[in-house]
Design a binder for this molecule. Structure first.
Ligand SMILES: C[S@@+](CC[C@H](N)C(=O)[O-])C[C@H]1O[C@@H](n2cnc3c(N)ncnc32)[C@H](O)[C@@H]1O
Length: 265
């Protein structure tokens, strides 16, 4: 007999099948729907999740109702709420943030989550450069268990919130590393999967960050994959990095070490 959560996944997948996702992507979205519909309210050290229960009730109603668009929308509302848009910064963090001209903590959306499956095998290391409370990297870890998810963020309060969310999602301590720093001072380590959502503007010191990142991605031994939202990295990447997916919001690169163009996956 199927467990209750498997039954919820099946139900959500059958509802969401009408949308534009491929069957595997639809399945991952259904797993997230089942997760969010069943979790207790999250720990809320920053008082950011006041609408969790209301939005969760909406998600459960949409699951019962069976309409695909409504189910996806209800899920997205809860997902965006959990990203915690109003990131708090100390005065010092705020000054560093303003100097680099990055984006506030907008959620990167579910497209990267659902498209990442082929690139996060068990031994992979991922990094989110400008992670906010890290929900995106935590959900990647939850969906596709891998060796390590590194979360780099300038707001210490958001990292504290992210650590609490990590426990809430039941992710073991050693599977997530939190790095509290300004990306302008960060020297990226080799990673299999790099995710970023325009954490700094590509000018001045920000350009140095992208230059450093691109050089590291070019020189590391294992060919990395990069998922970049509101992409600023392209002008800094050498020609052997090719775009294998782009929809105007998300741009995905892989390093092609063979020289010949590779087909899209
Ligand atoms: C647009 S949000 C992306 C959040 C998350 N990565 C996602 O895609 O859902 C950008 C994040 O980068 C962080 N950030 C901005 N400037 C930064 C800097 N100089 N160093 C580190 N993080 C920074 C912000 O605090 C914010 O959390």
């Amino acid at each position: 007999m199927k467990s209750l959560s498997e039954q919820v996944v099946e139900r959500a997948a059958s509802i969401l099948a009408g949308l534009d996702w491929t069957p595997p992507q639809c399945r991952q979205l259904a797993r997230l729907v089942a997760l969010f519909s069943s979790l207790p309210p999250p720990p809320d050290p920053l008082d950011m999740f006041a609408r969790f229960e209301q939005l969760q009730a909406g998600l459960c109603r949409a699951l019962a109702g069976g309409e695909a668009d409504l189910l996806e929308e209800s899920f997205l509302e809860l997902y965006a709420h959990l990203h915690g848009y109003q990131a708090p910064y100390t005065r010092k963090e705020r000054q560093a943030f303003d100097r680099a001209g990055g984006y506030w903590c907008h959620a990167g959306g579910i497209s990267p989550l659902l498209r990442a499956a082929p690139y996060l095998s068990a031994g992979a290391v991922s990094v989110d450069l400008g992670a906010g409370n890290g929900l995106q990297g935590l959900l990647l870890q939850w969906l596709y268990p891998h060796q390590l998810a590194i979360q780099v963020e300038i707001s210490g309060a958001m990292i504290a919130c992210g650590r609490a969310l990590q426990q809430w999602l039941g992710l073991a301590g050693e599977r997530v590393r939190w790095v509290h720093c300004d990306l302008l001072d960060y020297h990226p380590q080799a990673c299999d999967f790099v995710y970023l959502y325009r954490p700094v503007r590509p000018l001045g010191a920000g350009a140095d960050f992208y230059r450093r990142l691109a050089a590291g991605l070019d020189s590391q031994p294992a060919a990395p994959v990069v998922f970049s939202i509101a992409d600023c990295l392209r002008p800094f990447l050498p020609a052997r990095f090719e775009v294998f997916y782009s929809d105007g919001q998300l741009t995905c690169y892989r390093r092609n070490d063979e020289g010949a163009p590779t087909p899209d996956r």
